[in-house]
Design a protein around this ligand. Structure first.
Ligand code: GAR
Length: 196
């Protein structure tokens, strides 16, 4: 059977980029038929940019502007232009801590995915693992979903559960969730790449 061309990914992040790393490793290992065209961060010294540069992947810092939770409209227009120029098919939010708005949603309809560190619809929003711990949940986990105009609310593509263990702190629980994230995200992307 002839292999399809790789799914062209544009990755957005704000932090250390461990999910991006897991995605890149899955591509290297032949488990995910994709190529990362560009990595864009709203934080200038984000580890995700360093990791992209170390791999020879185009890495761009995009100053977000004056808002804390979303991009300035000009910045979002620039984001769309960068992703389009790079030939991106699917936008992958990997620890991107901004809410995406109409310009990006309309430019990539049903072509933006996110990973969230909770079993959505439970615990949307910030530091979801802390929310799970504080609520006394026995089970936590992560969700990959399509992005829509709500906060962590689009159609769910896949979930992975992890136990909350006695003595867990926010840090130990998040670390366990991240191990699950690093398996789930590449697997869901591989499915999307195969189902085209
Ligand atoms: C991940 O745990 C991801 O689920 C979370 O940020 C972390 C990024 O880690 N995202 C959100 O909370 C989005 N609402 P990484 O930079 O190591 O991939």
């Amino acid at each position: 059977m002839q292999q399809q061309p790789p799914l062209q990914l544009g990755v957005l992040g704000s932090g250390k980029g461990s999910n991006f790393r897991a995605i890149a490793e899955a591509i290297d290992a032949g488990r995910l038929n994709a190529q990362v065209r560009i990595v864009i961060a709203d934080v200038e010294d984000a580890g995700i940019l360093d990791y992209a540069r170390a791999r020879g992947i185009r890495a761009e810092y995009l100053p977000p502007g004056r808002f804390r939770t979303k991009l300035e409209p000009e910045a979002e227009a620039r984001l769309v232009a960068l992703l389009r120029e790079a030939g991106v098919d699917l936008v992958v939010l990997a620890g991107y801590m901004r809410i995406v708005k109409a310009p990006l949603l309309e430019a990539f309809p049903n072509r933006i995915v996110n990973i969230h560190p909770a079993l959505l619809p439970k615990f949307p929003g910030l530091e979801a693992w802390k929310q799970a711990l504080e609520a006394g949940a026995a089970v936590a986990g992560c969700t990959v979903h399509y992005v829509d105009s709500g906060v962590d609310s689009g159609p769910i593509l896949g979930q992975s559960e992890v136990p909350v263990l006695p003595g867990d702190t926010a840090e130990t629980l998040h670390a366990r969730i991240q191990v699950a994230e690093h398996a789930l995200y590449p697997a869901v992307l591989a499915r999307l790449a195969a189902e085209r």
